[in-house]
Design a protein around this ligand. Structure first.
Ligand SMILES: NC(=O)c1ccc[n+]([C@@H]2O[C@H](COP(=O)([O-])OP(=O)(O)OC[C@H]3O[C@@H](n4cnc5c(N)ncnc54)[C@H](O)[C@@H]3O)[C@@H](O)[C@H]2O)c1
Length: 361
């Protein structure tokens, strides 16, 4: 038994920017089941700064060289959005497990390709959505899957967050809030559509949509959306309407324009209505309840304030999957694929001014 328990998963990191240095590196270094074997970044200064801060010596500019030299068990893809596909594909085809940050990729065809390759290799593929690991959310998902609120008919999601300065290319505006331990995001990472692929949708709606799809098990079938950039180069406000399988319909409304002055600088609220009752989830308040048609109200155990964004969970879950410490992937590729389908359809709908069917993508 001891060999299995003591083996550490060897993890390599691609992209040594803000999120790797804020979340993944500290999480893995404090996790006894993991070992970080190398860091790659196109910008060697970023790799050096991350390596110096966290004591990692094997640094690369070419991630493929790192994968071939270090032969890690798992790879964390925390590059700019448009680089996710190539890096994830190259790791998966080498048989490595992959945690790809959100948004998984830009296009449904790419997402399906990664899912297919990972299944072919039998290697875990997961997406960087910390809210999928909140026990209360998993409980609510199970309640819905058990049919306690019946067949879902209408779902509504509101996500308002404080990211406008990222979308404007001014990440230093949030220095005092995030206390970037090594570096903040590169200015262009979230503001330049050629690098980010999109704004609020790519950066934030991806979280809200993925959690909606995880909670409900719904599959998007067709999408209609309006998006506004205001004075930015990328979308700031998104209003998305979705028809799901199973005759359910719903909306996702989102803005990145919450001011930093508020401590409550995010809202993510779900209202999920079924034939036998409804559920309410206020993610940033840590509260969730179900109201069933027999008159019962159930309040789920609240999520404590310090567990409302469990950023350390995703990298550790990759480790646990690789070592067989867990067998169920809590942030699986299938949800990543459906989220990409929903978002690609939303962006296309906003651009083309028509309803986009997922089977067109
Ligand atoms: N899950 C979350 O809550 C969360 C939070 C923040 C960021 N993220 C995600 O993490 C990823 C990274 O974001 P960030 O804020 O750290 O951005 P960043 O700009 O700070 O870092 C990205 C790094 O990737 C590097 N890079 C780009 N292409 C590369 C390639 N082909 N090979 C090697 N390095 C490459 C860049 O040089 C840069 O240093 C994004 O996908 C972002 O959406 C997730």
């Amino acid at each position: 038994m001891s060999e299995h328990v003591e083996r550490r998963a060897r993890i390599a990191i691609v992209g040594a920017g803000w999120w790797s240095t804020q979340a993944h590196l500290p999480s893995l270094l404090a996790y006894p089941h993991a070992e970080v074997v190398g860091i790659a970044d196109l910008n060697i200064d970023k790799a050096r700064a991350a390596g110096a801060a966290y004591g990692i010596e094997r640094l690369y500019t070419d991630y493929r060289r790192m994968l071939d030299a270090e032969k890690p068990d798992g790879v964390i893809v925390a590059t700019n959005h448009l680089a996710h596909f190539d890096v994830a594909r190259d790791a998966i085809t080498r048989g490595m497990g992959v945690l790809v940050e959100k948004p998984m990729v830009q296009r449904a065809v790419e997402a399906r390709e990664l899912q297919r390759l990972a299944e072919q290799q039998g290697a875990p593929l997961m997406i960087g959505y910390p809210w999928h690991f909140t026990p209360q959310h998993q409980q609510l998902r199970d309640i819905i899957a058990a049919g306690r609120i019946g067949k879902l008919q209408m779902v509504s999601t509101l996500y308002a967050s404080m990211v406008i300065e990222f979308l404007r290319g001014k990440p230093q505006a949030y220095q005092s809030i995030f206390n970037y331990p090594v570096t903040g995001p590169t200015a262009s990472s979230y503001s330049d559509p050629r690098i980010a692929g999109g704004g609020q949708g790519a950066l934030q709606v991806t979280h809200a949509a993925a959690l909606l799809l995880l909670l409900t098990g719904l599959k998007p079938v067709s999408v209609s959306a309006f998006m506004e950039r205001h004075d930015l180069q990328v979308d700031l406000c998104d209003a998305i309407t979705v028809r799901f399988d199973n005759d359910a319909i719903g909306t996702i409304a989102s803005t990145g324009n919450i001011a930093a002055i508020h401590t409550d600088n995010q809202r993510l609220d779900y209202r999920l209505f079924g034939t036998e009752g409804y559920a309410m989830l206020e993610v940033l308040d840590g509260t969730a309840s179900t109201y069933t048609n027999d008159g019962k109200v159930e309040r789920l155990d609240p999520t404590p304030p310090d567990r409302r964004y469990p950023a350390e969970t995703t990298s550790r879950h990759l480790v646990d999957l690789l070592l067989g410490r867990v067998t169920v992937n809590q942030s699986p590729a299938v949800i990543g694929v459906r989220t990409v389908e929903l978002l690609e359809a939303a962006y296309r709908s906003a651009t083309e001014g028509r309803v986009i069917r997922v089977d067109e993508l």
